[in-house]
Design a protein around this ligand. Structure first.
Ligand SMILES: Nc1ncnc2c1ncn2[C@@H]1O[C@H](COP(=O)(O)OP(=O)(O)OP(=O)(O)O)[C@@H](O)[C@H]1O
Length: 237
């Protein structure tokens, strides 16, 4: 489903004429199969976010190839990536990125509005998903009126509303307490089971890493070992 081959990335720092290239990713090969949860663990600064931003098309790698859902996205323009993301990818960020002036309901509905979905269909889909994620009662709440755990659920609902087959999550439990973290991890596991959602999650938290069918460790821009913690068949049975 996601195939990265020999991805390298260097950031350019410094003024023009005096630039420095700082290599951050140094030849990453990564495969995420359909219906799999892959967790990527590593220290701060190891290159996790850069890698996820490359998979989401927010950063163009210096070299290497990217293929997602059988499409070679390596040379996509920003416009092509935006279109591709709408059809294939949901993205959950650590700080939720909810729009403060919109209610929970409006935040979740927004991708459907932008897509031009009819109001009655929008309402049905949004309410159904809020019900499924246990946030229906917070419909009229603004983000500032929600707890961290509730905001995170709104964030994931918004990333799921267009029913993407793949979700990318950057430190999704970073600001949750342990009880909310546990609930959120259960939610991700059930979405994986019920919707066969493919998940790529980056984290520095062992508890989050443990929900992966496969856990990869990144160190100084290189993937180290690959641990198949459990077999997919066992998880899905
Ligand atoms: N836009 C940028 N310009 C220059 N350097 C950057 C940029 N973004 C990241 N870096 C550098 O790339 C390296 C990897 O950063 P990245 O954010 O991918 O790490 P990370 O593993 O996600 O860290 P954290 O867990 O702290 O979020 C760091 O040394 C960082 O300083």
């Amino acid at each position: 489903m996601i195939h990265l081959k020999q991805i390298e990335h260097a950031f350019t720092l410094g003024r023009k004429g005096n630039e420095r290239h700082v290599p951050v990713l140094k030849g990453i090969d990564l495969t995420v199969n359909s219906g799999e949860i892959v967790t990527l663990i590593g220290r701060s600064g190891s290159g996790k976010s850069t890698l996820l931003h490359i998979v989401g098309g927010f950063i163009r790698p210096t070299s290497g190839t990217i293929s997602i859902a059988s499409q070679d996205t390596t040379a996509y323009t920003e416009g092509q990536w935006a279109d591709f993301r709408r059809r294939h990818l949901g993205v959950v960020f650590q700080n939720f990125q909810l729009i403060p002036s919109m209610t929970a309901y409006e935040n979740i509905e927004l991708p459907l509005v932008l897509q031009g979905t009819a109001p009655t269909v929008r309402r049905k889909l949004t309410l159904e998903l809020m019900e499924q994620l246990g946030i229906a009662e917070y419909s009229d709440h603004y983000p500032s009126e929600l707890s961290g755990g509730q905001q995170q659920r709104v964030g994931i609902a918004r990333s799921l509303i267009l029913n993407p087959p793949i979700v990318l999550a950057d430190e999704p439990t970073g600001s949750l307490d342990s009880e909310n973290e546990e609930q959120f991890l259960q939610l991700l596991k059930s979405l994986n089971r019920e919707r066969k959602l493919t998940l790529l999650i980056i984290t520095h938290d062992d508890k989050v890493a443990a929900i992966g069918h496969k856990t990869l460790r990144i160190e100084d821009g290189r993937l180290l070992n690959q641990t198949d913690t459990r077999k997919l068949e066992v998880i899905h049975s």
